[in-house]
Write a protein that binds this ligand. Structure first.
Ligand SMILES: *[C@@H]1O[C@H](CO)[C@@H](O)[C@H](O)[C@H]1NC(C)=O
Ligand SMILES: *[C@@H]1O[C@H](CO)[C@@H](O)[C@H](O)[C@H]1NC(C)=O
Ligand SMILES: *[C@@H]1O[C@H](CO)[C@@H](O)[C@H](O)[C@H]1NC(C)=O
Ligand SMILES: *[C@@H]1O[C@H](CO)[C@@H](O)[C@H](O)[C@H]1NC(C)=O
Ligand SMILES: *[C@@H]1O[C@H](CO)[C@@H](O)[C@H](O)[C@H]1NC(C)=O
Ligand SMILES: *[C@@H]1O[C@H](CO)[C@@H](O)[C@H](O)[C@H]1NC(C)=O
Length: 464
């Protein structure tokens, strides 16, 4: 048995450290710290008696623990007389939770007590999936079985802890179970709920994740914010002879089917069924790429998202907008090795932020600019604008006319052009006079710094 080996080792140590002293004060010492043990472990807890004839271990009930016998097979005491004194290990085989308590080593008037805690770490199934229906109540169980009783906390999909009593959430205690109840379930409740379980005394942590999926009818959402779009109609402006993307975004479970129809005076009159309709990955977006050849393509387009629970629609009212004027100021303000700042503005345009919603179709606000940069050809060739880098900027503040393409290669010479952008489309291009250049990338490699020093030193020597 391993504890016999420990006994031998401890005795060996004792011999080396303590020299026998017949006149030493009688003493008694439990040679273990009060640490928690696991159910099922086997431990030997030593009590060392010096210049004392005999002693006993008392269990938490105060009864003397006997030596090993047919009756005492699991818990017993061994006594070993050694040169340094009497060693008295308390042996506990296959520890049980009920072994927890104060155990005392005693000899005459001398006694020392050790608190033994036998715990069981919580083990739980790590994951489960649950389905719920709109308007109903959902309940998730978290039943940690362990000792000492763990601390349990539920977390919402946004990782915020759930208060025990909330309008929407209630945590019920039913025996070991800390049951989370979610009332009046809707599509926003879809997500992962985590039950976190901690047993501080055992330094133990575990958790269980419930993936909750709410069956619900489609909800049309804003593609950017994913918030519900309650408007039934959306104005879309276009220019003629362009492709306009109409983006229809819905959340639904099961995944929705999308249908696009032309719509007029409250009626759907023609379903659009061709390869101009693109579905996004994940099945929650449908994009109608509308080719506006001429005015007969203007009008209303309805997107309907449906599943077994219901349907929702949104109508895109496609109207002609004005083509913006091109910028009339386009100049380099400053540059460094990786970026070039341009002063861009259109003094004849109404300027505005995208979210300010000006909608006079004849004078739509310019909400941003597009800047393209192409490498200046080395020979006498025309610029290759197909190979240009394109940067799109939204106007954040109409007073701020500086826009800065970044991430450019150093020591480069570019030709640049810019156009104004409004809700309908883009203006003609306005070309930069002269070149736009990035400087030498001196911070790129130590070698290039060395080159600079060499060149500087050379110029210096020429000067003198
Ligand atoms: C064990 O002893 C300590 C110290 O005397 C006491 O505070 C504690 O309540 C005792 N524990 C049990 C389970 O008897
Ligand atoms: C329209 O959508 C298609 C497919 O998603 C995309 O390739 C294209 O770049 C988009 N066009 C515009 C002008 O956004
Ligand atoms: C509009 O364009 C379509 C497709 O090019 C063409 O068939 C139709 O005749 C045009 N309609 C008008 C009013 O020009
Ligand atoms: C270059 O200028 C841009 C914009 O002014 C700045 O963000 C960037 O840190 C600068 N880069 C270097 C290498 O100085
Ligand atoms: C940008 O150009 C406008 C019009 O020429 C000028 O008034 C303004 O001072 C320029 N801004 C900067 C930062 O150079
Ligand atoms: C710059 O380019 C690198 C490599 O192409 C890319 O990883 C990084 O995201 C870019 N940074 C910005 C601000 O566009």
């Amino acid at each position: 048995m391993w504890w016999q080996l420990t006994v031998t080792l401890v005795i060996g140590l004792s011999c080396a450290v303590w020299s026998q002293d017949e006149n030493a004060e009688p003493s008694l010492d439990i040679m273990a710290r009060s640490t928690p043990y696991e159910v099922g472990e086997t431990k030997a807890i030593f009590c060392k008696l010096i210049n004392l004839e005999d002693g006993d271990w008392l269990n938490p009930a105060g009864d003397v623990v006997g030596t090993r016998s047919a009756k005492n097979k699991r818990i017993f005491v061994e006594k070993k007389k050694e040169v340094s004194g009497l060693l008295m290990p308390l042996i506990i085989n296959k520890m049980e939770i009920t072994d927890s308590g104060n155990w005392t080593c005693r000899s005459g008037d001398l006694a020392e007590t050790i608190y033994i805690l036998v715990g069981r770490k919580v083990v739980m199934k790590a994951r489960e999936t649950q389905y719920g229906n709109e308007g109903k109540t959902a309940r998730f169980d978290c039943e940690p079985d362990g000792f000492p009783e763990p601390v349990v906390q539920w977390y919402k999909p946004d990782r915020q802890p759930i208060e025990e009593h909330d309008k929407k959430y209630v945590v019920h205690t039913k025996g070991r179970n800390r049951q989370l109840e979610i009332k009046n379930v809707n599509h926003m409740d879809t997500g992962e709920y985590v039950c976190k379980v901690t047993q501080k005394t055992l330094s133990h942590y575990t958790d269980k994740t419930v993936t909750f999926i709410v069956n619900h009818s489609p909800v049309i959402v804003n593609p950017e914010t994913q918030e519900e779009n309650t408007a039934s109609t959306e104005e879309v402006f276009t220019l003629l002879d362009r492709v306009k993307n109409l983006t229809c975004n819905a959340v639904a479970y099961p995944l929705p089917d999308f249908k696009w129809t032309k719509h007029k005076n409250g009626y759907d009159y023609e379903e659009i069924k061709d390869d101009t309709v693109a579905y996004s990955e994940g099945g929650l977006t449908s994009v109608l790429q509308l080719r506006v050849f001429n005015e007969s393509y203007l009008g209303q387009y309805k997107c309907t998202a449906s599943n077994t629970h219901g349907h929702k629609f949104i109508i895109f009212d496609v109207r002609l907008g004005n083509k913006p004027n091109p910028p009339d100021v386009f100049a380099v303000v400053e540059s460094n090795s990786s970026s070039i700042s341009f002063n861009v503005t259109c003094s004849s345009c109404l300027l505005g932020r995208l979210d300010q919603g000006y909608s006079d179709p004849q004078n739509l606000a310019v909400t941003g600019y597009k800047i393209q940069l192409t490498m200046k050809p080395t020979e006498a060739k025309p610029d290759d604008w197909d190979a240009a880098l394109t940067f799109s900027f939204d106007i954040e503040d109409v007073e701020d006319t500086i826009f800065t393409p970044t991430n450019l290669t150093s020591s480069s010479v570019f030709h640049a052009r810019a156009c104004s952008v409004n809700q309908a489309g883009e203006s003609e291009w306005f070309y930069l006079e002269g070149d736009a250049v990035t400087s030498l990338g001196i911070t790129q490699t130590p070698a290039s710094i060395q080159h600079l020093y060499v060149i500087a030193a050379f110029l210096f020597s020429l000067y003198y």
